[in-house]
Design a protein around this ligand. Structure first.
Ligand code: G6P
Length: 603
């Protein structure tokens, strides 16, 4: 949520900053701006809307200078507008910010009373003014002094007018890395922003201050003492953050699923099912119950995983929305563990849930995609999804990898608790090995799923219904469709329809029924008949060869009749493609849906 980037070196910084911002645009795209140190001081250009608008505004007048900062915004305080865009300037200070200053209002009133004039509605301008107010020639003292007065979250990139060869950065509760180049250095909210220029970086911890020059990086801890930091190396390929000939990142990422699922699953099975996560989770003998806590699609992955963990390992699992969990009564019991699922590893509510659990002494297991992210670093155990960088706001490959890790966890717990025999475990492991090929097979049906999506592209409301793990898939299929196509869609447990929702079914209302499971297949089909009898237009998703007569559906999506253990992954792929092509047909901006951001680093 908001992306920041900074450069200092010997090249003109504007192009480098804009290139970096384009890689961070998934974090927000309400406005963009750059500030570059030129011969006559700091030159700020900013524009409401996409980075393209900023480029158009810059035109031929490219700010010249070898040091600069840039920002792409997801608006929190103050509507998207040129004046509310970052960078913000105050006196000698120019600043970009990711996060929320919670006490901005009282700080602003204090400074107004002192005669300071504010031009924007943002909390960020308050931070710029505060640092400027604290500045009396010593930038380090000013930054520490200011952050001591700030409540909330921040990653700041800061320039001082009288320090043209230094870039300062500090963070708390919002991510920030310092990229290490040769004769040039960087700051960024996330690795893709700098990956084409360097794969080496430092991770800033809470309130560490980076003092960055072209040829040096000094880092101070929160007590202002210089520290040596570990150098991290990103293993992602540069091309992983490029579209690679696809129309959209989302389509590319859907197509990457066979590979990333193989990367996530196969190394974990190399020593057999009994050794899954042997190093990451050496001792789980005390864990008796799991709270799976996450947001959005990550939570939906947890819901699918819950069914498999409970079925195979007999471990009770509760799934909870992170933003609710953190403020709930938190009735933990002995033997509880908290599982946090997060693609970015930075989602504010999920991170808060992790910290609460740790504070209460509850073991924490994180399923994370971004290596070295805050959740990955702070959890007791981290199980990575190896999905590579995911750029499209709507997750696809990270979600299926999260489900895959939950399935692996089911086997790990089953093995530990002896709820599955060695033969059964080996069988399940074989099934997991099949997943990449099963998904690859489904991708050959792209045109078929696209054709079905064309029958629904003009609808304005749609329902997804299913039971058991299919209900969990409904939440995911529904969010996928609504977030990118703007069709209003609802996910319902099929058995709940009669308790209100069925009153919304009228002739022509589209209903996607997910009936991929065996046990509850007939029950779901009965619910499909109920909506069909009331005129609904039905897409039925079931396994190939399922016993269903053609009068109950208008369109059929038949998925491979693989074992139920891996069928949820097979079932979601056509629905990802359905959502994608529906959104494309409606002319939507698939990779950057309105109002959304991929990495939600604010509460
Ligand atoms: C946002 C994204 C979703 C994601 C959710 C949780 O809403 O658009 O795709 O599932 O945040 O993000 P996380 O990074 O924690 O998985």
């Amino acid at each position: 949520m908001c992306g920041i980037v900074g450069y200092i070196g010997d090249k003109n910084s504007t192009e480098i900053l804009i290139d970096g911002l384009k890689k961070l645009e998934y974090r927000g795209y309400d406005s963009a701006g750059v500030a570059v140190f030129g011969a006559d001081g700091v030159n700020v250009v900013k524009a409401k809307g996409r980075i393209k608008n900023l480029e158009d505004k810059i035109g031929e007048n490219v700010p010249q200078g070898v040091c600069g900062i840039g920002h792409t915004r997801w608006a929190t305080h103050g509507a998207p507008s040129d004046v509310n865009s970052h960078p913000h300037r105050s006196g000698k200070v120019t600043l970009v910010h990711n996060g929320i200053i919670e006490n901005y209002s009282e700080l602003r009133e204090e400074m107004r009373a002192e005669g300071r004039v504010f031009v924007s509605e943002t909390d960020t301008e308050v931070a710029a003014q505060l640092i400027d107010k604290c500045y009396a020639g010593d930038p380090i003292a000013a930054i520490y002094d200011a952050v001591a007065q700030i409540r909330g979250s921040y990653a700041f990139g800061i320039l001082f007018d009288d320090q043209p060869d230094v870039l300062y950065a500090i963070r708390k509760d919002s991510p920030l890395i310092v990229g290490i180049g040769e004769g040039e250095n960087y700051i960024a909210s996330d690795i893709p922003a700098i990956l084409s220029r360097t794969n080496q970086y430092y991770l800033l911890e809470e309130n560490e201050l980076a003092i960055i020059r072209a040829d040096s990086i000094e880092i101070l801890d929160c007590e202002k003492a210089p520290i040596q930091k570990e150098v991290f190396k990103a293993t992602w390929d540069v091309s992983a953050a490029e579209k690679g000939g696809y129309d959209h990142f989302m389509l590319k990422e859907i197509n990457e699923q066979p590979k990333v699922l193989a990367d996530t699953i196969l190394p974990r099975l190399k020593d057999g099912a009994a050794h899954i996560f042997a190093e990451e989770m050496p001792d789980i003998s005390k864990i008796k119950r799991l709270h799976v806590v996450a947001c959005g699609s990550a939570l939906h992955a947890g819901m699918v995983g819950r069914h498999m963990i409970e079925k195979i390992a007999k471990v009770p699992v509760m799934t909870e929305v992170a933003s609710e969990f953190r403020y709930s009564s938190l009735l933990f019991e002995e033997g509880d563990a908290v599982v946090l699922i997060s693609q970015s590893g930075e989602t504010a509510d999920t991170l808060a849930a992790l910290r609460i659990a740790k504070k209460r002494g509850i073991p924490t297991i994180a399923i994370v995609n971004v290596v070295g992210s805050t959740i990955a670093r702070e959890a007791d155990i981290v199980l990575y999804t190896w999905a590579g960088p995911e750029i499209a706001v709507a997750t696809t490959k990270a979600y299926t990898c999260q489900v895959a890790v939950m399935l692996l966890m089911a086997l790990r717990f089953a093995s530990e608790r002896g709820t599955a025999s060695a033969e059964e475990l080996a069988h399940y492991a074989d099934l997991l090995r099949q997943i990449p090929d099963v998904v690859a097979g489904q991708l050959t049906h792209m045109e078929e799923y696209e054709a079905i999506s064309q029958h629904y592209k003009d609808c304005e409301d749609l329902f997804f219904i299913g039971r058991g793990y299919d209900a969990a898939l409904c939440w995911e299929a529904s969010i996928k469709l609504k977030e990118i196509s703007y069709i209003h869609s609802e996910a319902y447990a099929a058995g709940e329809l009669k308790h209100g929702t069925i009153s919304l079914i009228e002739p022509g209302m589209p209903v996607v029924a997910i009936a991929s499971g065996d046990r509850l297949f007939e029950k779901t089909v009965s619910n499909v008949k109920e909506v069909k009898a009331r005129g609904a237009k039905v897409v039925l998703l079931c396994k190939e060869g399922a016993n269903v007569d053609s009068t109950v559906y208008d369109d059929l999506i038949a998925i491979p009749a693989v074992d139920e253990f891996i069928r949820p992954i097979a079932a979601i792929v056509p629905l990802q493609i359905f959502a994608y092509y529906t959104a494309v047909a409606r002319g939507c901006d698939v990779d950057k849906p309105r109002n959304l951001a991929k990495s939600v680093t604010v509460e």
